[in-house]
Ligand binder design. Structure first.
Ligand SMILES: *Cc1c(COP(=O)(O)O)cnc(C)c1O
Length: 446
C-alpha cells in the first residue's frame, strides 16, 4: 500500500513497503511513533514496547528476516527480542512463509474443524506426554484464563495460588503480584481489577512450597520463570508443589508459554521431570502468529465444553494460519535444533559474562537450556525480591548502548534473551562484540 503522500522510492530504499513516508524523504521513528501515539494509547499495543522502562523512542519496525530487523529509517538491528519468544526459527523463515502462503490461499478462518488444528494438537501431545488432550485458542493470556477456569470447574473450588514474579498474561485473576515472605492474600496489581477478581488469588514467594488446604483449586507456576529475568527453580521446588497439590487434591498448572517447545522438545516439564495436570502454551507454537493452547490430563480436559460444563469458545480458535505457521515452526525443531539452540545460548551467555566482567560491572548470566537471562547484580536471583536487585539504571544504559550498536534487546530489565535458529556463531559473536563496547560505555557513564 502506498499512501498519497508517500514516495514509493524512499519507502523501498528503507525497506518499508507498508506504511508511511513523507514527501520525498522517509519518515523517522520519532515521527511515526508520535503519529501512532495520537491514535493508539502510548503508541503501542503491548505496554512494554513503549520503552517506558528504559526511556527514549521505540524503533518502528518495517521488516525482519532471520536474526535481522530493520526500522523505518532503514537502520539494521540484530534482534534478540524475537517477538518476546514467539519466533524461534528466525523472522520470516522460508518454511513458515511457505506454509502461511499456502494456508492463506485456502481461506483464513471457517468456524469449523480443520485438519491443521488436529495435526498441531497431535504434535503437541506427541512432544508433551502430559497433554493427553489439547485445546487451541488465541493467546497465552487466553490459555492461562482458560486453565484457571478449567481447574476451578474441575475441582469445584475457587482459590488459586500463584507466585510473585511469575507472569501469566493480562488476566485479571492472575495480575496480583504483591506479597512476599509468606503467602498473602492477593491485592490487585493494576487499576481496573476489582478486589473481588483477586480475592481468591494467593501470592506466594517463588521457590518456597506453600502449605495448601482443600480450598485450593490450582497452583499456577512458570516452572522456569522468564518474566523476572531468568530464575531457575531450586531442587525439589516443583516436585514439592506436585506433592502438595496431590495432598490436598489441587491441580498443578504449568505456564509454559515461554518455556514450551523452547527450552527443549518437551518443554521444561521434560527437563524437570515433574508432570503437571494442565499446561499452558503460546508463543512458539504459533510460529509468530497469535495462538495459545492448554493441554492436560484427559479426565481434567474433558471438563471443557462441549463434553463438560466449563465453557470455552473462540471465533478464531484453531486458526488455519496460526496452526500452519506453528506446525511449520515445530517441524524445524528436532533434537539437533535444540542442541544448536543450547549451544548458541551458552556462547551468548559466556560472551555477555566476559563483556560485563571486562567493564567491571557485576553480572549474573543464567543460561537454562536455550534461554539466557541478564541479572545485573552480584548474586543469582532465586525469587522476585532478589530479581529486583538488578541494576535497572545500568540495564537502561546498556540497552541504549546496544541499540546504538545495532542490537535489539527487549526494553526491560526483567526480560530474557531469545537466541534462535537464525543466531549463527557469526551473529552471536557480533552481538558479543557490541556488548563489550556497550557495557564499557554503560559502566563509564554510571
Ligand atoms: C507471554 C506470556 C503469557 C501471555 O501470552 P500472550 O500471548 O501475550 O497473551 C503468559 N504466560 C507467560 C509465562 C508468558 O511469558
Amino acid at each position: 500500500m502506498s499512501l498519497p503522500f508517500c514516495d514509493p522510492k524512499g519507502c523501498v530504499a528503507a525497506g518499508c513497503d507498508v506504511v508511511v513516508c513523507r514527501g520525498a524523504g522517509v519518515a523517522s521513528n520519532e515521527e511515526l511513533f508520535a503519529r501512532s501515539a495520537a491514535v493508539i494509547p502510548g503508541g503501542v499495543n503491548s505496554s512494554i514496547r513503549a520503552f517506558k522502562a528504559v526511556g527514549g523512542t521505540p524503533y518502528v519496525v518495517s521488516r525482519a528476516q532471520g536474526a535481522s530487523l530493520w526500522d523505518v529509517e532503514g537502520k539494521h538491528y540484530l534482534d534478540l527480542v524475537q517477538s518476546y519468544g514467539a519466533i524461534i526459527a528466525g523472522h520470516a523463515h522460508p518454511r513458515v512463509v511457505e506454509a502461511l502462503t499456502k494456508a492463506a490461499t485456502d481461506g483464513t478462518s471457517y468456524g469449523a474443524p480443520t485438519p491443521r488444528e488436529m495435526k498441531l494438537a497431535e504434535e503437541i501431545r506427541s512432544r508433551v506426554p502430559s497433554c493427553e488432550r489439547v485445546r487451541l485458542m488465541n493467546s497465552g493470556s487466553e490459555a492461562t484464563t482458560t486453565a484457571v477456569r478449567l481447574a476451578r470447574g474441575a475441582t469445584g473450588r475457587d482459590r488459586i495460588v500463584k507466585f510473585a514474579g511469575c507472569f501469566h498474561g493480562a488476566v485479571d485473576a492472575l495480575l496480583a503480584a504483591g506479597g512476599s515472605g509468606v503467602a498473602t492474600l492477593g491485592l490487585p496489581g493494576t487499576a481496573g481489577v476489582p478486589a473481588a477478581a483477586v480475592s481468591e488469588t494467593l501470592v506466594a514467594p517463588f521457590n518456597v512450597v506453600p502449605t495448601l488446604d482443600d480450598s485450593v483449586a490450582a497452583v499456577i507456576v512458570e516452572p522456569l520463570p522468564g518474566n523476572m529475568g531468568l530464575v531457575e527453580p531450586s531442587a525439589g521446588f516443583l516436585a514439592g508443589l506436585r506433592a502438595e497439590c496431590d495432598r490436598v487434591g489441587a491441580l498443578l498448572i504449568f505456564d509454559e508459554v515461554i518455556s514450551g517447545f523452547r527450552v527443549s522438545r518437551g518443554g521444561y516439564q521434560s527437563v524437570c521431570g515433574v508432570v503437571p495436570d494442565i499446561t499452558c502454551f503460546g508463543k512458539v507454537i504459533g510460529g509468530g502468529l497469535p495462538i495459545g493452547a492448554i493441554g492436560g490430563r484427559r479426565d481434567v480436559m474433558e471438563n471443557l465444553s462441549p463434553l463438560g460444563t466449563v465453557f470455552h469458545a473462540g471465533t478464531l480458535a484453531g486458526n488455519p494460519l496460526a496452526t500452519a505457521a506453528g506446525l511449520a515452526a515445530l517441524s524445524l525443531l528436532d533434537d539437533g535444533a535444540y542442541e544448536f539452540l543450547a549451544q548458541q545460548a551458552r556462547r551468548l551467555g559466556e560472551g555477555l559474562r566476559q563483556a560485563f566482567a571486562a567493564a567491571g560491572v557485576p553480572v549474573v548470566v543464567p543460561v537454562v537450556g536455550t534461554l539466557v537471562g541478564l541479572h545485573l547484580a552480584t548474586t543469582p536471583a532465586t525469587n522476585f525480591d532478589e530479581a529486583k536487585t538488578t541494576d535497572e539504571a545500568m540495564f537502561g544504559r546498556f540497552f541504549h548502548g546496544m541499540l546504538n550498536e545495532g542490537v535489539a534487546l527487549a526494553p526491560g530489565a526483567y526480560e530474557v534473551l531469545f537466541p534462535g535458529l537464525a543466531h549463527t556463531d557469526a551473529v552471536i559473536d557480533q552481538i558479543i562484540d557490541a556488548a563489550g563496547r556497550a557495557a564499557l560505555r554503560a559502566a563509564r557513564s554510571a
